[in-house]
Design a binder for this molecule. Sequence first.
Ligand code: PMP
Length: 461
Amino acid sequence: ATLSPGLDVAALCENAREMVAHEAPLYEQLRPRSKDMFANRAPGFYDQVPQHWMRDWPMPFPFAVAGASGSTLTDIDGNTLVDFCLGDTGAMFGHAPRPIVEALSKSGTRGLTTMLPSGEVAEVGKLLTDRFGPFVFQIATTASDANRFAIRVARAVTGRNKILVFDGCYHGAVDETLVDLEDGQTVARKNLLGQVVDVTTTTVSIPFNDIDALKTALEAGDIAVVLAEPVMTNCGMILPDEGYLTALRDLTRAAGTLLHIDETHTISTGLGGYTAVHGLDPDIFVVGKPVGGGVPVAIWGMSQKVAKALSDIRAKMSGIGHSGIGTTLSGSTLQIACLRACLSEVMTAEAYATMNRHADRLEQGFTDAIRAAGLPWHVSRVGARLEIVFSADPVRNAAEARAAAIDDIQHALHIGVLNQGYLVTPFHNMVLVAPTTTDAQVEGLLSAYENVLTRLVTRKG
Ligand code: PMP
């Protein structure tokens, strides 16, 4: 990919750092209570936050949320923000959709978890296959868990040890997927904590969009499963080349390797996710995050063939015991009720139509704003999810995406739009649209971006 021809990146970065130096105190001034809270006043939490990486947002300190509804967030200092982060997809259909709140309240009167299937299971099974295809499903509580369980099944039914992932992937807290590709070698990801098993003995990482690398990796016949997002979304947004996903399907099938599609982010594509919209035919299908409308639920589906192979293996086992699959609260009355509400009333064709209409406008508006600022960049998009990529051409793999990323500029754009009242995802400023997003909010975000891009190119250099 051609990065930024003719662009003085060093000068832009200097402007970006100046912008951050100007914006950070404004952010702080508006948030005395959040500042106080994180200045070591929540001592019961490590680093004063429920998860340590909540500190990794590109602001001086994270703000504490007082409430969230539809596409709006309010912080404990009374600031209101339009939310285009949406909990990094967990709230993709807006915060606290009414049918989910009703399901929660109904569950509250019927009990929340029993370790038994609830009476809604048959209806939800039909909703799942109607929406996502002819898989047989199991429930997990997070996408990380769903991916882990599915990998276990893939190994069991193929009798193979290795898995293959794409460089730059993220599939959750799944040890074996936390690898990178360095100089053609699979290596453990740099910041992985407490890892004692050498994941490179069982995981192969290759570049996305490289059919030859895929062929070579599959040739040995020892890969149980390829775990993939159909559009990579966790290392910038990397679209598949024309025909690449067909080749991926054909080559995996020929090699006796299963294809596991993780739709946790690409569910933004449209109804049924990228798989349904583009007619993919995976052996394993996973969606987490928004599938319960914001309540922790994930689904993992197997093709009939994989399910049959699993049953054959289990039939030969004696007695009952730990399979390594499942957690106590998964498949609870509460989760099934929220799945039912989400699939039938929230994750609808109408919702996607609104989201994609807004995303069309944002794609055009971002492109216009980039051009108006004289920047040679482009917009990458999968349905309701978009981001500005700092390169002239689309990036085709993680190495190109890493080369295009410019942290100083990401940081400046993030805090620049935040101080104008718009929250985008901290990592590569991903923008996600909800059905609750309004035309005015879309126009507001575009104006905020026009403002920061103009300042970026004119501020100084
Ligand atoms: N799969 C993908 C594609 C993801 O992006 C993520 C999280 N960003 C996960 C799985 C893991 O989701 P969770 O953290 O909810 O387990």
